[in-house]
Design a protein around this ligand. Sequence first.
Ligand code: HAM
Length: 416
Amino acid sequence: MSKLIRGIRGFRDIPPDEAFRHRHAEDRTRDHFTRFGYREVRLPLVEATQLFSRSIGEATDIVEKEMYTFADRNGVSLTLRPEGTASAVRAYLEGGWKVQGGITKIFYTGPMFRYERPQKGRYRQFYQIGLEALGGPGPLVDVEVIDLLHLLFVELGIEDVKIHINSLGCPVCRPGFRMDLVRFIRDVAGSLCSNCVGRIETNPMRVLDCKVAGCQDALEGAPVILEYLCTECHDHFSRVTGGLEDLHVPHEIDPRIVRGLDYYNRTAFEAIGGGLGAQNAVAAGGRYDGLAREIGGEAPGIGFAIGLERLALVMDWSKIALNVVDFYVAAATDNARIPAMQIADSLRRKGYSVETDLEDRSLKAQLRSANRTGTSRVLIIGDDELKEGTMQLKDFSTGVQETVDRRAFLESIGVK
Ligand code: HAM
């Protein structure tokens, strides 16, 4: 036998129970987004490399070291998408998706690819469900987007997630902050990790959200961006936080939220989950009014993406039933094997999920299988039942078994 070929590190196989959870979380999120007027779009997994390097930023971790980039057969540089925002904005501009006199609200879901060090909640192929509101520069859009995210957690019964919010200013006010920050960081460089030292000139704001404890200690007393905001950014942020308070959206102002993508301005936020360890951002996003300009258009926007694996980790699954089958149809004799399959089909046509035996096994073995499916209802037919037009209905939850008229029972559950 040949040696087993294994999957690639960071690329996971998702087994049925976990896939069910992802599907369930995704479906409910999709319905929730729809209630706010968002419409689903499907975007390509592959884009021109330039799209990401220009929008996410050359000096970010994603572009510097995490992209899956390759040349196609014509030598064109392509990249597996590391995120969805750049593609969404490109598609909006290219496809003329602008809603006249309104905000274009779209969402997407699917796999993203980043060459990161795999650990709990961090993979090289992971799944996001994200939304983007394009065309609206005002703070009420930010308020609704964050309110939507909060209500999603309420809808899903998630309590242990907190929304942290910050303003990253704009090209007018950020340079002043950046200059003071670089000055501060240079002074404490001796206590910073090598990663942070390397970022001083290229991407100093990322130093603020370094996870290394020593770096966090050294940053005590660092300049706070909220104190540098220009009047417009300050007013925008006050209206966002004021709106969130009025709508009773719990949030914490957190000047360490800086985001790992360069396209953000003004509002930035992360939903932080307890119990997730180092990879604790369940969802993250922000405003990106300048992104479209980098790729040849104009469109203010704001959005966020949820990491589906992390969302499934913080959800309480104890009250959500896994997809158990509705019925198991067992054949007590060989003559009943095909009739059992016919009954199963008539149930399936009415939308029930049904399993039967396909291996000519004994009734005892079939009942054991039925038990493993998680169903409580087993229909048994043998020679007598075939003759008499009946079935045995066995209820695993009560242990009761009774003879029922086949037609009458099927009709009682909607099967003609
Ligand atoms: P992001 O913070 O890079 O933002 O990712 C959003 C979420 O995706 C994270 O909070 C996390 O839950 C999940 N995630 C990211 N990387 C991984 C990974 N390697 N493994 C598992 N989960 C991961 C963005 O992607 C922006 N496009 C969000 C956005 C939308 N901003 C505006 N609109």
